[in-house]
Design a protein around this ligand. Structure first.
Ligand code: CO
Length: 134
């Protein structure tokens, strides 16, 4: 069902510092920060040869990653995103196998403007999983 790894998202408190780490220490190609108020985060995209890393920093008062950073003050891996061909059929197949879909279960447009869903981390080895239809 799942296809390629689309990205790994890392929550950070200090986007400028994290960007500098990836650019200067790791030698990666790092984008300019992109505010995404509708998602409550500012994102920096790091393009690797085979996937992407997204550094996400809280934006606004009700950021969905604020609680994660309270529990993980140094930052940490927030979610991984797998590509699927058909998000609705993937959702229905996963629900039939007992996986929990977060929110109302309906796909919404994610950081790349494509439909996404999130799966409960307790059902996936403690890892928040994002599915993105590509
Ligand atoms: Co994501």
């Amino acid at each position: 069902m799942i296809g390629r790894l689309n990205h790994v998202a890392i929550a950070v408190r200090n986007l400028a510092g994290a960007s500098a780490l990836y650019r200067d220490t790791l030698g990666a190609k790092v984008s300019a920060p992109l505010a995404q108020p509708e998602h409550g985060v500012t994102v920096v995209f790091i393009e690797l040869a085979n996937t992407k890393i997204e550094l996400i920093e809280p934006l606004g008062a009700n950021s969905p990653i604020a609680g994660f950073l309270e529990k993980n003050p140094d930052g940490g891996m927030h979610h991984i995103c797998y590509e699927v061909d058909d998000i609705l059929s993937a959702r229905d197949a996963l629900k039939a196998k007992g996986a929990r879909v977060l929110g109302d279960g309906e796909p919404r447009n994610g950081a790349h403007g494509k439909p996404v869903l999130f799966l409960h981390p307790k059902d996936f080895n403690g890892t928040l999983v994002e599915l993105e239809q590509v």
